[in-house]
Design a protein around this ligand. Structure first.
Ligand SMILES: Cc1cc2nc3c(=O)[nH]c(=O)nc-3n(C[C@H](O)[C@H](O)[C@H](O)COP(=O)(O)O)c2cc1C
Length: 313
């Protein structure tokens, strides 16, 4: 049975579930599998060069007839070219993140795209709405990957954003099953964006060791770190301990950036180096016990959601 919300209408999908665009994780295989299951799959453009991104869009289009979209982090050095490829390939749904929503929204919308921007506080939600986006993702402190500075949890962020804007709000951060989805919709969200649960799926392009790290993680496994440089939630491994002790010693931004170097996320997520790499994972990892096909994840989310809803007093 369909679950109809403002979001399913906006994207013409069956379930108000978005698979978050994720660097090194969400290529065409994952996005297509999620879209084929009735949710919205997103190709994560943040770890791709423009021509590879184009290839993923074309392959996704061959693998599904259902709507799918792309995610473009505006901090990508290729952001401008990724937007250009998106327009050339006529992708109708574009999620932007990590930057100023005013930068590309007008251009994308003029070409007919539906635009969604990811925010982590009320001020930026208002700014995104003023920039003309069609919806916002309100991403809380629990989320995997890059995060806001203010440590606002999903539970308190979502209703405040819902109150502040007149466009649909998609809740993200800490949602890995239908109970979380039910809670998010109760808070007024029109849908959910889920990252970590889909990172541990069969179609995720992440390394098997990274997926296994999610399955093995418990409730205390992750932390938000590098708030001075670029806040990110990751598993507390050797790299985390090292960067944390640098932070505690009062290292400057330059020193931290030098230590971070380049490619730490790729090292962990794509190449499986769980010692030296940045294992970007959300707190919801503690809820994840298995690696499943993405379509099965969507199916279970919907079933669990119905059950959770029916059990409310
Ligand atoms: C490995 C990983 C990579 C991510 N990469 C991106 C990205 O490139 N762009 C983006 O907007 N969000 C990115 N995110 C955030 C997700 O899209 C999503 O909003 C977040 O994971 C939701 O929280 P959850 O992990 O608790 O489900 C990433 C998350 C993870 C775990």
């Amino acid at each position: 049975m369909k679950i109809e919300t403002a979001l399913t209408k906006l994207f013409s999908i069956e379930y108000p579930i978005v698979q978050g665009g994720m660097i090194w994780v969400s290529g065409w295989k994952l996005a297509a599998a999620v879209s084929n299951a009735g949710a919205l799959g997103l190709i994560g453009g943040g770890s791709m060069e423009p021509e590879l991104f184009r290839e993923h869009i074309r392959k996704c289009r061959q693998a599904t007839r259902k709507p799918f979209g792309v995610n473009i982090p505006l901090i990508s050095k290729y952001a401008e070219q990724l937007v250009q490829v998106t327009l050339e390939e006529k992708v109708p749904i574009v999620f932007t993140s990590a930057g100023n929503p005013a930068k590309f929204t007008e251009r994308l919308k003029a070409e007919g795209a539906t635009v969604v921007h990811v925010i982590a506080n009320v001020r930026f939600a208002r700014k995104a709405e003023a920039a003309g986006v069609d919806a916002v993702v309100a991403e809380g402190f629990e989320a995997g990957g890059h995060n806001g500075l203010d440590e606002i949890t999903t539970l308190v962020l979502v209703p405040q954003v819902v109150d502040a804007v007149n466009i649909p709000v998609i809740a993200a951060g800490g949602i890995a099953d239908g109970r979380g989805m039910c809670a998010a919709l109760a808070l007024g969200a029109a849908g959910v964006q889920i990252g970590t649960r889909f990172a541990a799926s069969e179609e995720s392009s992440a390394h098997p060791k990274y997926k296994q790290a999610i399955v093995e993680a418990d409730d205390t496994a992750t932390a938000l770190i590098m708030k001075k440089l670029i806040p990110v939630r990751l598993i507390k491994n050797k790299f985390y301990q090292e960067i944390k002790s640098l932070e505690e010693k009062g290292a400057s931004i330059t020193e931290m950036a030098r230590f971070l170097g380049k490619g730490r996320a790729r090292q962990a997520i794509f190449e499986g180096d769980l010692e030296e790499g940045e294992i970007e994972v959300g707190q919801a990892a503690g809820l994840i016990r298995d690696i499943l096909p993405a379509g099965e994840i969507v199916k279970r989310l919907v079933q669990e959601y119905q059950l959770a809803k029916s059990r409310l007093p």
